[in-house]
Design a protein around this ligand. Structure first.
Ligand SMILES: [Zn+2]
Ligand SMILES: [Zn+2]
Length: 361
């Protein structure tokens, strides 16, 4: 079977769309016809060689689509199902899945990216994040595929497998925000906007959104932020302390990436406050933090991959929040692109013009 796919061949060079001879699904795999795949800022970093990617590879680590074929061992997913192919699997067999931490599932983090097929010249092509969503079809293990029933646009549903669950999980699973708490959110990209919405649903008192981009701050206000701040005009740590009786926020959620943003996120939390770090600027980056702020001042610094989501539980939960209008995905889908415009989607993401540009098929 043949399909068109955008292939990352060389870092920093626009991705060509190639014809790929797709492999047949293995016994545990599902063949999914992609209908919508969001361009994620993670892939902008991957394209710039800031992730440890091996080429040639099809980027795109989440999507929704329709099941077209199932392997012999697949259960619970049938032909014609609308499914989300999520960025993080839940194999239910590895050490991490067994201790209740599928966000660290070995099938994602300890195993090489699987082959999808070959190009016309015989070059073997892999799937990023075991998904490879910037393609007409995906071959996904059933442990990464969840069936959905919804009439919402696929472009919106496609955010379930990465952005929504990451932002939702940072608030509910990791920080465990309590009603009335003050929450500061550093970085109002697509994950930050989901954190704003989740903090509102969690009943946070003050929700402070920080971002240098004016339209992102304005959208955060619309989605539930009570205060917005431009971190480039004056010291953001001081600005947050000024809003919180000089103490700092009860909870700070970081969704930016640069070392300075992480340091500021830590320092704008109050003593004994909670800080959740989700950003990664570069796969070899490290950060420096003051010891006093940690050990003596008792801050809890937590980290978060995919919101520590348990997808069996959290995909239905987040879908319900979308269906009931408590979460709004519409304003986050800022553009739709055909696969042939993949590079436009990529530049719009990297240059912060899109929150979520979604490839639709
Ligand atoms: Zn993503
Ligand atoms: Zn696992």
């Amino acid at each position: 079977m043949k399909m068109q796919a955008a292939v990352l061949e060389q870092f920093g060079v626009p991705m060509p769309v190639h014809q790929i001879n797709l492999q047949a699904p293995a016994a545990s795999e599902v063949l999914v016809r992609t209908t919508a795949a969001p361009f994620c800022s993670t892939d902008w970093l991957g394209w710039k060689a800031m992730r440890n990617k091996k080429t040639p590879v099809i980027l795109g680590h989440t999507a929704v689509g329709i099941v077209e074929k199932t392997g012999a061992d697949v259960t619970g997913i049938k032909l014609g199902d609308l499914v989300v192919v999520a960025g993080t699997p839940q194999c239910k067999e590895c050490f991490y899945c067994e201790i209740g931490r599928p966000d660290q599932c070995s099938s994602l983090l300890d195993q090489p990216e699987p082959l999808v097929g070959t190009q016309e010249d015989g070059t073997r092509v892999k799937a990023a994040g075991r998904v490879g969503a910037y393609a007409q079809y995906m071959l996904a293990n059933q442990n990464q595929v969840w069936a959905l029933k919804s009439d919402l646009p696929h472009s919106q549903l496609s955010l379930l497998g990465c952005g929504i669950t990451t932002g939702h999980g940072a608030v509910f699973n990791v920080a465990q925000v309590q009603p009335g708490q003050s929450v500061a959110i550093v970085g109002l990209g697509h994950v930050g906007q989901w954190m704003v919405q989740a903090a509102r649903v969690a009943g946070a008192g003050m929700i402070i959104g920080l971002d240098p981009v004016p339209v992102r701050r304005e959208l955060a206000l619309e989605l539930g932020a009570t205060h917005i701040l431009d971190p480039t005009t004056s010291d953001p740590v001081e600005q947050v302390r000024n809003l919180t009786q000089g103490r700092g926020a009860d909870v700070v959620l970081e969704a930016a990436g640069p070392e300075l943003a992480v340091q500021q996120a830590v320092m704008m939390s109050r003593r004994a406050g909670t800080v959740v770090l989700t950003g990664v600027q570069q796969f070899e980056a490290s950060i420096n933090l003051p010891q006093l702020a940690l050990a003596i001042h008792g801050r809890r610094i937590l980290a978060c991959q995919n919101g520590q989501s348990i997808m069996d539980r959290d995909i239905p939960l987040c879908l319900n929040l979308l269906e009931t209008g408590q979460y709004r995905a519409g304003p986050l889908v800022t553009a739709e692109y055909p696969l042939s415009k993949i590079n436009e989607a990529m530049y719009a993401s990297g240059e912060l013009r899109d929150l979520s540009g979604v490839l639709t098929f």
